[in-house]
Design a binder for this molecule. Structure first.
Ligand code: NAP
Length: 252
């Protein structure tokens, strides 16, 4: 990949992917809200990269950044890694705003991130659009309805887009991380099976993106957990999920 546009580049998975691609010689568009974190990353990477400080919920700002990055050359891959996670409860009125923020950041912004790149990728007959789902999308996690719903929607959306673009040569890759060691998971109050260092995740993700796979769970062990979760009957799932420790609510 020669030119890659990455949202959520200021931290975690996005930053690790940026490091990996930069070491392979790519020029990057690095997107996030925290200017300092993006500038520190930019300075640490080999090569020439552009920083775009913006909120991915601002569609116009995203489109302006995309237009600027496209002006400098064709883009091989776009990775929508910006995301947020928090516990939510429907019965808590304060959580409605959190629900909206999670859907806007995880789902709507994925659409807005891909949108401006599609025409030029179609014209070239190549390119990768990478959505980040989650194993949390496989079943509805109690206490995390907004996050589970947002990631299930990302998966379904990316599948729709994949088929829409199949004939054009543009590949849509959906990555479903299990538990990856990043700031997002740093304070989870529950056990995280097969927790994976973020650099190892990035290495496997880069391979999957290069190969243009349609859907990949990383690490593979969580792929089996996901397959199992999918076929577990509701009564059994409900029994075990009910007592599972939950992601804390922002306001709790
Ligand atoms: N870590 C895991 O185990 C795991 C598992 C499954 C899925 N995922 C998904 O993987 C993706 C990356 O997560 P991570 O673990 O790397 O989390 P992270 O370390 O918390 O990074 C999240 C990134 O998203 C950016 N971001 C959040 N809201 C934004 C907004 N409104 N506008 C612009 N940027 C925004 C943050 O940048 P700023 O704060 O600078 O804006 C940050 O760079 C997310 O979509 C997450 O849901 C992670």
């Amino acid at each position: 990949m020669k030119r890659v546009f990455i949202t959520g580049a200021s931290s975690g998975i996005g930053a690790a992917l940026a490091s990996f691609y930069a070491r392979q010689g790519a020029s990057l568009g690095l997107v996030g809200r925290r200017r300092d974190a993006l500038l520190t990353l930019q300075a640490s990477l080999p090569g020439q990269h552009k920083v775009y400080v913006l909120d991915v919920r601002d569609r116009s700002a995203l489109h302006a950044a995309a237009a600027d990055f496209l002006m400098q050359g064709p883009v091989d891959a776009v990775i929508a890694s910006a995301g947020i996670s928090a516990g939510t409860l429907t019965e808590e009125p304060d959580d409605y705003a959190v629900f909206e923020a999670i859907i806007a950041t995880n789902l709507n912004a994925t659409v807005a991130t891909f949108e401006p790149f599609i025409a030029s990728m179609k014209q070239r007959g190549q390119g990768r659009l990478v959505g980040i789902a989650s194993v949390a999308a496989v079943r509805g996690l109690p206490g995390a309805g907004a996050y589970s719903a947002s990631k299930a929607a990302v998966r379904a959306y990316c599948e729709s887009l994949r088929v829409e673009l199949a004939a054009s040569g543009v590949r849509v890759v959906t990555l479903a991380p299990g538990f990856i060691a990043t700031p997002m998971t740093a304070h989870n109050p529950y056990k995280m099976p097969f927790l994976m260092p973020v650099d190892r995740f990035a290495e496997q993700a880069v391979q999957a993106i290069g190969a243009g796979v349609s859907y990949k769970v990383i690490p593979w062990q969580m792929g089996w957990v996901a397959k199992l979760l999918r076929i577990v009957p509701d009564r059994l799932y409900d029994h075990f999920a009910a007592t599972r420790k939950r992601k804390p609510r922002i306001s709790s």
